[in-house]
Design a protein around this ligand. Structure first.
Ligand code: 5GP
Ligand code: ZN
Length: 121
């Protein structure tokens, strides 16, 4: 299947990966809405959130909390949004959860490399 997120999960396409394990990968969005905007994907292909089974759903939920805590600690946002798109709102048809930080001050959407370094060190 020609799926860009399957290729990212197999490292056939590079990504700024923040975390991964056997089941999921977390990486920075290539076109961020805000500084630290990232995506959690299951390594296995599920088209959308309706296809997820309980096991992977629970795991993604746990990882989303761990990653949110990391973002809060390292980037000090004023808020976070966790978003899943579906249907005409979903461009990439491999399930992904957006984690999108919000900042009260103007966000100049820092260089992705700077954000990556802040998150991993
Ligand atoms: P959707 O509308 O499907 O929920 O959003 C897809 C997201 O994936 C967009 O925010 C887009 O910037 C991101 N994206 C698409 N292709 C790539 C890619 O090759 N690498 C990364 N890191 N993000 C991607
Ligand atoms: Zn896929």
């Amino acid at each position: 299947m020609d799926c860009i997120f399957c290729k990212i999960s197999k490292n056939e396409i590079p990504s700024k990966t923040i975390y991964e394990d056997d089941l999921v990968k977390v990486f920075l969005d290539i076109n961020p809405i805000s500084s630290g905007h990232m995506l959690i994907i299951p390594k296995k292909h599920y088209s959308d959130f309706l296809e997820l089974d309980e096991k992977i759903n629970n795991h993604i939920h746990k990882i989303s909390k761990d990653i949110s805590n990391l973002i809060i600690k390292k980037l000090n946002p004023d808020g976070l949004r966790l978003v899943t798109n579906y249907g005409i709102n979903q461009d990439v048809k491999h399930y992904h959860l957006h984690i999108i930080p919000s900042y009260k001050a103007k966000d100049n959407i820092s260089n992705v490399d700077d954000i990556f370094n802040k998150l991993i060190k």
